[in-house]
Design a protein around this ligand. Structure first.
Ligand SMILES: [Zn+2]
Length: 375
């Protein structure tokens, strides 16, 4: 029997909740994690129409990017769409799970889905997370491979595109156990010196507790000596936004057409076109204006995001093309990404994509003053 928790655990292996930003409210927001899951439906948002579609499709788990409960709810009455959606979900025993800024901050999440649509190459994270630790431990030489392999197996020692990265220095460890100790090497109460290896590996915060558990399970000593050091280094796999390159440089006008064609957009709000051709493109699904400085630092010619305000466009300063493609339009690609991930993990479990368009923004476009452009 597949429980809701089996699905949410798998999602959290992909996008650990510890990556979520402090203001976020991701995780299981409605429902019982121990309930049997029949079918899941993936959506960007949870609205009453989305819950109705789940009912019609006999799905009892809705996986949404945006949390339906974000700020505190003081009452649940049928007065807003969100509250009606929650009431309807509870009445029909439908659970609601949110995978939000944690999915924004993995390199194969929201921004990967957008970068794929734009065919960006040579990608890297725009603002890398600082959630790295170094684990240092001291292992008898003959036990080194066992301990190191066990740590590698849980994902320790991963740096960018490299895995199994570690450093080893040989030395001599010493100890003297108390009379009641039970040393693997030497005798209780006697001073001992042992040839040991100092093993150093990198970890993310998400791996820290399992790495310490693994270390204690595989290290031969009764008392394991280790250091955990918090690093200032940046994590190349976790963080906000993404930057990559177009396959061929484009003028500002052609780049905007490219965005429209590749993302099926009706409208792009953008800053003043720039003189140089656009090659490096920074992206951030959803509201990403705060990453403008990171986009500049990483040499972006264009920055594609959403939810820009009037004054934000002045900050582009004609040196970078700042594009607002719409919040929904920048993020809905991740629905398929979530569906594909779960289908790979649970081959026999049915995962559906929502058919309702949940975009609350509608466009009415008329071009009369000659300033707008028709493509
Ligand atoms: Zn969003």
């Amino acid at each position: 029997m597949l429980k809701i928790q089996s699905i949410t655990n798998a999602l959290e292996q992909w996008a650990p909740p510890s990556l979520a930003l402090s203001y976020d409210n991701c995780g299981l927001l409605v429902g019982d994690p121990n309930q049997r899951v029949e079918k899941a439906i993936v959506s960007l948002d949870v609205t009453e129409a989305v819950v109705q579609e789940a009912i019609n499709q006999q799905a009892n788990l809705i996986i949404a990017h945006h949390p339906i409960i974000f700020k505190g709810l003081r009452s649940i009455q049928p007065t807003t769409d969100s509250q009606r959606a929650i009431i309807l979900a509870i009445k029909h025993d439908i659970a609601i799970y949110a995978i939000h800024t944690n999915l924004d901050r993995v390199d194969d999440g929201v921004n990967k889905a957008l970068a794929d649509r734009l065919n960006l190459t040579n990608r890297c994270i725009l603002e890398e997370a600082s959630n790295l630790y170094k684990l240092i431990t001291f292992v008898p030489t003959k036990d080194l491979q066992t301990v190191r392999n066990a740590l590698f197996a849980i994902g320790a020692g991963s740096i960018g595109e490299y895995e199994k990265a570690s450093f080893i220095t040989s030395g001599v460890g010493s100890f003297q156990g108390s009379a009641s100790s039970n040393p693997r090497i030497g005798k209780a109460g006697e001073f001992a010196e042992v040839e040991e290896e100092k093993l150093e590996v990198l970890l993310t915060d998400t791996l820290l507790s399992s790495a310490l558990k693994t270390l204690h399970e595989h290290h031969p000593y009764e008392e394991v000596a280790y250091d955990v050091v918090s690093l200032q280094n940046k994590n190349q796999n976790h963080g906000s936004g993404m930057i990559g390159e177009l396959r061929e440089p484009l003028s500002s006008d052609d780049f905007i057409k490219y965005l429209k064609n590749h993302l099926g957009l009706q409208l792009v709000r953008h800053s003043h076109p720039i003189d140089n051709k656009i090659n490096r493109v920074a992206i951030c699904g959803g509201a990403g204006f705060d990453l403008l400085k990171n986009a500049r630092q990483k040499g972006a010619d264009a920055f594609v995001t959403a939810d820009l305000k009037y004054h934000n466009f002045f900050d582009a300063d004609s040196t970078l093309l700042l594009c607002d493609i719409g919040h929904y339009e920048s993020e809905h690609w991740v629905i398929q990404e979530i569906k594909d991930y779960l289908t790979r993990k649970f081959a026999k479990f049915a995962v559906l994509s929502i058919t309702v368009n949940t975009n609350p923004v509608h466009y009415s476009i008329s071009i009369k003053d000659g300033k707008g452009k028709k493509d």
